[in-house]
Design a protein around this ligand. Structure first.
Ligand SMILES: [Zn+2]
Length: 254
């Protein structure tokens, strides 16, 4: 079990938490700044986020509370949960002892509502390999970039507990949909994420944008061409996605 702050914030710490959750039957998807690092975006890792099926959230929270993570000392003042948070406040978060890094849990219905959550983490490695998931892949996948100087963490090693990440086009689609769904409060933040995706994973050839649904593809093309004002692109996106903000209920975790 990783114990020091630097171990907890390394890929071993991420694998440890993913494995802790998997051990009680909670599937998790890596999210947030750590995920960007896996995709070769040179961002500072302030947090390790996981997306959890809504119905598994109580169990996931109880599991983290039983770990060596530290409770948040002040929810109102904390950058993760306070008013100054640049992104939607997670359902639950804790902190890594002796570091500034937080571990956050986000509800599937608030983050990846347009795809089903992964199956329970009970399937064996051979089962997973036999049926590639259209939405997720393992953080150790050769489809992910290797470590590069100044370009983030890159893919994980294949030892230890598996960690799931969204496929690159799903991550881009999520940021576009989130920019629309949370336009008023966090639109700027998610548009920055779209720009990161354009600057790094897209330029690296990691994103097949043909797989984007039409409203998101239209937005992406317009954003890249830069001919229309972003405000207008966002208006068109919200119109084309329709009432897309009714998250959840469509999928269960089973
Ligand atoms: Zn906190």
């Amino acid at each position: 079990m990783p114990s020091t702050a630097s171990e907890m914030t390394s890929q071993d710490g991420v694998k440890f938490i993913s494995g802790l959750l998997a051990g009680v039957g909670v599937p998790s998807i890596l999210w947030g700044e750590y995920l960007l690092n896996v995709y070769g975006v040179p961002s500072i890792v302030g947090g390790i986020d996981f997306v959890i099926p809504d119905d598994k959230m109580p169990l996931a929270v109880a599991t983290l509370k039983g770990s060596n993570l530290r409770p948040c000392p002040d929810l109102d003042a904390c950058v993760v949960s306070g008013d100054s948070s640049p992104f939607p406040v997670p359902a639950f978060h804790m902190h890594i002892q002796g570091s500034e890094v937080d571990v956050s849990l986000r509800a599937h219905s608030e983050t990846l509502w347009f795809i089903p959550p992964p199956n329970n983490p009970s399937s064996s490695k051979t089962e997973r390999a036999a049926k590639p998931n259209p939405y997720y892949l393992e953080a150790s996948s050769p489809e992910l970039p290797p470590w590069r100087h100044g370009r983030g963490h890159g893919a994980f090693s294949s030892d230890g507990s598996p960690v799931l990440v969204p496929r690159a086009h799903i991550l881009l689609e999520a940021y576009i949909r989130l920019a629309s769904a949370f336009r008023e409060d966090y639109g700027h933040y998610f548009l920055n994420m779209v720009t990161y995706m354009a600057e790094y994973p897209f330029k690296d050839g990691l994103i097949n944008t043909d797989l984007l649904p039409k409203p998101c593809r239209t937005f992406w093309d317009g954003h890249r061409q830069g001919k229309l004002p972003v405000r207008q692109l966002m208006n068109n996106l919200q119109r084309d996605l329709g009432d897309d903000i009714d998250r959840g209920s469509e999928f269960s975790s089973e």
